[in-house]
Design a protein around this ligand. Structure first.
Ligand SMILES: Nc1nc2c(c(=O)[nH]1)N[C@H]1C(S)=C(S)[C@@H](COP(=O)(O)OP(=O)(O)OC[C@H]3O[C@@H](n4cnc5c(=O)[nH]c(N)nc54)[C@H](O)[C@@H]3O)O[C@H]1N2
Ligand SMILES: Nc1nc2c(c(=O)[nH]1)N[C@H]1C(S)=C(S)[C@@H](COP(=O)(O)OP(=O)(O)OC[C@H]3O[C@@H](n4cnc5c(=O)[nH]c(N)nc54)[C@H](O)[C@@H]3O)O[C@H]1N2
Ligand code: SF4
Ligand SMILES: [Mo]
Length: 897
């Protein structure tokens, strides 16, 4: 994997910038990049890294980076010109100030991200809520964790995650609800896998409408109908009460509200009724209920299948209710557990990142809380009411009520629901400021001012993971170009607007202020918070730099708190947790008529969100190189679409195009599309444009997992692909997608206009003198061409009437050669070597580049029965282990009869 390189500095301990597991990393700067290894001392991961973390070294190059501020004159030609920081900051500050002066503070907004560091996030909130005087600052965590936040606050009185990762290893039953843990929290999944290997009595239950890689480990998979979780958990609550599983002493001493919750849950007392509503086999449902009732140490972990729903907050509380009834909370090996998505989803919550929260776990709608924060900041203009939540914020922008928005570390043109509405909103917004590390994103295309941010490996600060572990991200690379830390950009704008209190000596000084606020008047009646960092107050730069990971609350120096609620005391004023009566309700938009299928959206193993960073890694591109729609074969048939062909996906809100696939894991009536593709990587595959903008009434979190759609053929005259050293401009091809390979860009094409060798020459940039080879069979609709420069392959194009094109793997490998051998040249247009080996198939193991076909034939020929044998033979699965669930899937299908 990669060529040997020479270290140029000592290893730096830091934290992965991707998911909320928050793995520790040892990064060693090298002559040509950085060596990335797991940090064996980090409590969250103990040396493990998944495939995305392992591939971080491939994402550190400066290609595609935004390296200087830029300004687009609003009224003149829509051209972007590089500017100085001074000019850019002056522009932002003066436009913000004049809009506030003319239209009031609520006419401006910030839209930030769970991928900011706590220090950036803290300063952004202080700027808006204490100085601008508006709470119009929301974050992409609204799309991610806000239902969990709201559920925690209702049940516990504060946004608190009771347990820690070790609980998964200590449990006897782990229930994974709406979580594809194997792909989205991979190293935690590895810990669960290891625990199960060591202790086969550990049961795993997966509750997910799809059969995912996570289900490979599960003893029981309940393929619930999308959106029905509240019925399922109300039914469980009722069952637990009836079967004597309640912990009456705990309920009496430490909770309130059981009667109302049970009265509601009684509506789900019939197993038959719940099974029918949820679309699962009643025997399996009962098996789950019995298992839950009979097991003391139960962890119920949940993620976006729960949160991203128009009943997301109720789903969260229906789960917590079952743990409160059984008293299974606050003790080792048990508890409800919200798996957070982004690296700093939790840090954002600590600093009051959402439009309805205040810093230090205080609430915006409580006057005493507002006063506490005002006095701590000595704030001139405190926000007096909650601000607009993400979806409403972009509506207000379109309506012209919000006239300036500063977007930081998020890509809303791709990631918000009804994403075409976001385009309309930004197109008419007076001032759009975008802070990003990447120059060309779908959102940056709308910016009037672009500010270059320091990226991972260059910036310094802290993040908090799912188990409340605060961990340092440390710089190990120099700042590139003119990029600056996000907190610096905010402070520089704030100072230009005349605000005091934005002079920080460094990230450590911001962290210190944040830690002090957590203790400020904490303990006074009405101001008690469990979140407190007393033991971290007063850290100088050196102590901050040396900070080892630890879990809050931190009451004393170096004190880490793995679990909360051990004493049965919760954060409501009476110390009791609350049961919430959760009335089940169906998703807002039902399928039927014109839109008969339900679209579910989510993540793939090897990509991160809108691909601005993982998309740079060739290693990560092979697992799923194209956007797809996963359908049940029956629904494909009735929709008139075929496996491997292109389909158009339409909802009331928008449309997109993707290739039809059948994973075998999708129920009839449902469909799944990954979220990662965007305007830079595909002509027409932004799934956000299709997704409905309905939100949960309590949390404001969008219903990302349930949109009625219709699927129909996207007719093309030909299918094709181009591999070329540089990305091509494909505007005139009906449909295209692209991913980065090693030394080349892979474009998949679907065309309607007739093709010819002349057209191909134009597309690939071959003049009359070029070293050009071509083969055309007009009758078959086949065209194959290649362009060479000095004997080196520059580009090749394959077109066919049907999607029966040669595999891309061998051709892609030719781009690593300085000159093609005569033999390779001779068979180039056949698309395979003379002594043709088997096509390895789509990548399964990204670390060692091992394909599906290779693994399947080894299993069939050698009769392998477990993943360890496959690893021993092919190395696949031997590095990060992210592909082991898929290897187990292949073992099940490819084993000889
Ligand atoms: N590889 C990778 N990992 C990531 C990320 C990434 O982009 N790529 N992003 C990170 C972030 S920010 C997040 S938020 C997490 C998300 O992590 P997850 O929540 O695990 O990921 P998703 O794929 O969004 O959705 C999880 C599952 O919910 C299921 N689901 C849909 N509807 C329902 C329902 O009604 N009920 C139930 N029970 N399940 C349902 C889906 O079928 C899907 O398998 O992942 C984090 N980790
Ligand atoms: N349909 C559908 N949509 C979804 C979801 C879903 O399941 N289905 N999930 C939702 C969820 S849970 C989430 S978390 C969101 C994620 O959606 P986004 O937040 O929009 O996705 P990212 O691609 O992570 O965007 C991060 C941006 O910040 C930039 N960036 C990286 N580091 C820095 C930095 O240090 N500073 C600055 N200023 N910029 C930086 C990156 O280049 C990138 O442009 O998507 C949501 N949208
Ligand atoms: S599981 Fe993977 S993506 Fe998540 S923090 Fe660890 S290495 Fe990073
Ligand atoms: Mo997320």
């Amino acid at each position: 994997m990669g060529t040997p390189v020479i270290p140029i500095a000592a290893a730096v301990r830091t934290t992965c910038p991707y998911c909320g597991v928050g793995c520790g990393i040892k990064a060693t700067p090298m002559e040509n990049g950085a060596l990335i290894e797991g940090d064996p001392e980090h409590m969250a991961s103990r040396g493990r890294l998944c495939v995305k973390g392992s591939a971080l070294g491939e994402t550190l190059g400066l290609d595609g980076r935004l390296l200087a501020p830029a300004i687009r004159e609003h009224d003149k030609l829509r051209t972007l010109r590089t500017s100085s920081w001074d000019e850019a900051l002056d522009t932002v500050a003066s436009r913000f100030a004049s809009i506030i002066a003319e239209h009031g503070p609520d006419a401006v907004a910030l839209y930030v991200s769970g991928q900011l560091l706590t220090e950036d996030y803290y300063v952004a909130n202080k700027f808006m809520k204490g100085y601008v005087g508006s709470a119009n600052i929301d974050t992409n965590s609204r799309l991610c964790m806000s239902s969990a936040v709201a559920g925690h606050k209702r049940a516990f009185g504060e946004d608190l995650v009771p347990g820690c990762y070790e609980d998964f290893e200590l449990a006897e039953l782990v229930v994974l609800v709406g979580s594809n843990t194997a792909w989205c929290h991979p190293t935690l999944f590895q810990r669960i896998t290891k625990a199960k290997e060591a202790r086969p009595g550990l049961r795993i239950v997966a509750i997910d409408p799809r059969r995912t890689a996570t289900c490979e480990l599960a003893d029981l998979h309940l393929p619930v109908k999308a959106g029905t979780d509240v019925w399922l958990f109300n039914g469980l609550l009722s069952y637990l009460a009836r079967s004597g599983a309640a912990d009456d002493a705990f309920v009496a001493a430490h909770t309130a509200g059981l009667d109302a919750a049970l009265a509601e849950a009684d509506g789900c007392a019939s197993i038959e009724f719940v099974a029918r509503t949820c679309g699962v086999d009643p025997r399996l449902l009962l098996e789950f209920y019995e298992m839950f009732a009979a097991t003391g140490r139960v962890v119920t972990a949940f993620s976006q299948g729960v949160n991203q729903s128009s009943s997301g907050t109720d789903k969260v509380n229906s789960i917590i209710n079952c743990h409160l009834l059984t008293g299974r909370i606050g003790k080792p090996g048990m508890g409800p557990f919200s798996l957070t998505g982004q690296p700093n989803a939790m840090g954002g919550r600590e600093v009051g990142g959402l439009a309805n929260m205040l810093a230090g776990h205080l609430d915006l709608d409580k006057p005493a809380h507002r006063e506490a924060v005002r006095s701590f900041w000595d704030a001139p203009r405190m926000a007096s009411k909650p601000g607009l939540k993400a979806v409403d914020l972009f509506r207000a922008i379109e309506e012209g009520k919000v006239k300036a928005v500063w977007i930081m570390a998020t890509n809303p043109v791709v990631s918000l629901p009804d994403a075409d509405q976001v385009k309309r909103a930004l197109a008419r917004c007076e001032l759009v400021v975008v802070s990003d590390v990447t120059a060309n994103t779908d959102t940056a295309a709308f910016a009037h001012v672009l500010l270059p941010a320091l990226g991972w490996g260059e910036k310094d600060g802290t993040v908090t993971n799912s188990e409340r572990c605060i961990s340092r991200q440390r710089a190990f690379l120099p700042a590139p170009g003119e990029a600056r830390a996000d907190w610096q950009a905010i402070c520089q704008v704030a100072r230009r607007m005349g605000y005091q209190g934005f002079d920080y000596a460094g990230a450590h000084a911001i962290f210190d202020e944040h830690a002090r606020l957590s203790t400020w008047r904490n303990g006074e009646p009405g101001l008690e918070r469990a979140f407190r960092l007393d033991g971290l107050v007063g850290m100088e730069r050196a102590a901050y730099d040396a900070l080892a990971p630890l879990q809050w609350p931190v009451r004393h120096e170096r004190e880490s708190t793995p679990r909360l609620f051990a004493d049965g005391r919760f954060a409501h004023p009476d110390g009791k947790a609350r049961f919430i009566a959760t009335a089940p309700r169906a998703p807002v938009h039902a399928p039927g008529g014109e839109f008969p299928l339900v679209l579910n959206t989510g993540r793939l193993r090897d990509q991160w969100h809108t691909m601005t960073r993982t998309g740079k890694s060739p290693r990560l591109a092979g697992h799923a190189p194209e956007p797809f729609i996963d359908l049940h074969p029956h629904d494909a048939l009735t929709s008139g679409v075929r496996d491997g062909e292109l389909a158009r996906i339409t909802s009331r809100w928008g449309a997109m195009v993707a290739r039809v696939a059948h994973s075998g894991g999708i129920a009839r009536g449902a469909a799944f599309v990954p979220i990662h593709w965007n305007g830079q990587t595909a002509s027409d595959a932004r799934v956000g444009a299709v997704v409905n903008p309905e939100v949960d009434p309590v949390s404001g979190e969008p219903e990302f997992k349930h949109t009625p759609i219709r699927v129909e053929p996207f007719g093309v005259a030909w299918h094709g692909f181009v591999l070329s050293r540089e990305a091509l401009d494909l505007e005139r091809v009906a449909n295209w997608t692209r991913v980065r390979g090693a030394g080349f860009v892979r474009h998949e094409l679907g065309g309607r206009e007739p093709v010819s060798p002349e057209w191909a020459r134009g597309l690939l940039g071959a003049d009359d003198e070029a070293d050009w080879i071509e083969y055309e069979d007009k009758a078959e609709g086949m065209l194959r061409c290649a362009l060479l420069v000095d004997g080196r392959l520059e580009a090749c194009l394959f077109v066919s009437r049907r999607p029966d094109l040669p595999a891309r793997t061998w051709l892609g490998g030719l781009f690593e050669l300085e000159t093609l051998s005569p033999a390779d040249r001779a068979t180039l247009l056949a698309g395979r070597p003379k002594a043709a080996g088997r096509d390895p198939g789509p990548t399964v193991c990204s670390c060692f580049g091992v394909g599906r076909n290779t693994i399947c034939s080894a299993i069939a020929q050698q009769g392998f029965t477990d993943a360890a044998q496959v690893t021993a033979c092919l190395r696949a699965g031997g590095n990060c282990g992210s592909c082991l669930p898929e290897i187990r899937q292949l073992l099940a299908v490819a084993r000889p009869a």
